[in-house]
Design a protein around this ligand. Structure first.
Ligand code: NAP
Length: 384
């Protein structure tokens, strides 16, 4: 496997070469999407004499890390990795977790050079993997700029949990052209068409958990599973301060992946009925009469959730925005439906100038059948 650039063709173009190989490693890392949490997605490419001799990625939590997969791949093709350059999207780990430290293995394999796209934000590693390599005489290049931003965005949930103690939160809403999420009688099925709903199911499969408030469970009895595309079902989370979720609710399912987050001192009988029907019930501190959102997010981080998609309804999505706990937004707008009544987002932000409003950075729009999806990073989100 040869890539199109070589150092000889590009005098002084070593950065281009690094970027090319690292981009390949990043696309390998993406193969783990939806399967690696609470671990990050990581990809690795091993290069020797201008040739890729091994590739690998972290398939799922508990499986070997990307570097080990790539070393094994190189060995299985009869290559010797001594003196090679290893491109890895995240700093190699330095601690014993479910697998031994990758930094030590790279030293034991006598690789010559390690190129990384970002440091590991996990305080158990954060620079230690790089120190182990350098102390063993291995050259380490830490890339910066756009490629680092891409690596961080790929693992945004992992970065957020270590930096802010909570998952990366995406909000998803379907709306009529005049911004209503339901009709006055509470009906919201189906605001958007099949293409938009298929995209929403793909997004579910990419997140560790999806979340709704109990209002949506009572109004729609949703399943919140992945049905229109292939993919793993995320954890299903209900914010329900007073345990109003019926034990017969479809969202509870039979796979043990439904979690109800409720206020402390919840009703014992209702808790038992919900647990008997297959839900897990976790008590979290409340504020303002509801489950506290930040505490709910911390609880989910503790359960291994790195990425969360909040799917509604209007009260819960507005609360995430109001409390500045939303990082990304996807709005599906039905381009040909005007409801003229019903509820929309009501954040109570009190902006007096449109310049002060929430904005989406890096926004893009997609036409999905008769609907339009707009998505981007929310201005209230802290940095990666
Ligand atoms: N168009 C869409 O994308 C979409 C998506 C979903 C739903 N919907 C529609 O939305 C309607 C339901 O709206 P909704 O606003 O009642 O539903 P919701 O936002 O799903 O649920 C609201 C409930 O969540 C509970 N909750 C718990 N902790 C909370 C917190 N920290 N902040 C805010 N709420 C918290 C509250 O009850 P407790 O405090 O008692 O727990 C609250 O009444 C239905 O008509 C449904 O069809 C539309």
């Amino acid at each position: 496997m040869r890539i199109k650039y070589s150092q000889q063709n590009f005098p002084g173009g070593i950065t281009i070469i690094h970027t090319e190989y690292m981009s390949r490693a990043l696309s390998l890392a993406r193969n783990g999407l939806g399967r690696t949490s609470p671990n990050p997605m990581v990809g690795c490419v091993i290069v020797k004499d201008g040739q890729i001799i091994g590739t690998g990625w972290h398939h799922k939590c508990g499986n070997p890390h990307a570097e080990i997969e790539a070393i094994n791949d190189a060995h299985s093709r009869g290559h010797d990795v001594r003196g090679s350059t290893v491109y890895v999207t995240l700093e190699p780990c330095s601690h014993y977790g479910k697998t031994p430290p990758c930094a030590n293995r790279l030293v034991a394999e006598w690789v010559g050079h390690v190129v990384t796209a970002m440091r590991d934000p996990n305080p158990k590693v954060n620079g230690r993997g790089i120190s182990i390599l350098r102390e063993a005489g291995i050259t380490v290049t830490e890339l910066e700029g756009e490629i680092t931003e891409s690596a961080k965005f790929l693992n945004k949930g992992f970065v957020f949990v270590h930096k802010y103690g909570r998952p990366f939160v995406s909000l998803k809403a379907a709306m009529s052209l005049d911004g209503r999420m339901n009709l006055a009688n509470g009906s919201s099925k189906w605001i958007t068409g099949l293409e938009a709903r298929t995209e929403a199911h793909r997004m579910r499969a990419e997140n560790d958990a999806v979340l709704v408030g109990v209002g949506t469970v009572l109004a729609d009895d949703p399943e919140l599973t992945v049905r229109l595309v292939d993919g793993v079902n995320p954890m299903r989370v209900i914010l329900d301060s007073r345990l109003r979720t019926p034990p017969s609710a479809k969202v509870i399912g039979t796979d043990g992946k439904c979690i109800i987050l409720t206020a402390e001192n919840s009703d014992r009988q209702q808790k038992k009925a919900l647990e008997d029907s297959g839900a897990k019930v976790e008590e979290v501190p409340s504020s303002g009469g509801h489950v506290d959102l930040f505490q709910a997010l911390r609880t989910l981080a503790g359960l291994g959730v790195l990425t969360l998609m909040a799917e509604g309804g209007p009260e819960v999505l507005s609360a995430f925005l109001r409390e500045g706990l939303a990082d990304y937004m996807r709005i599906f707008t039905a381009s040909a439906k005007i409801f003229g009544e019903g509820r929309g987002l009501d954040v109570g932000a009190g902006f007096r100038d449109v310049k002060a409003a929430f904005t989406l950075t890096g926004a893009r729009t997609l036409i999905l059948g008769g609907d339009i999806m707009t998505e981007g990073r929310l201005s209230c989100s802290p940095g990666l």
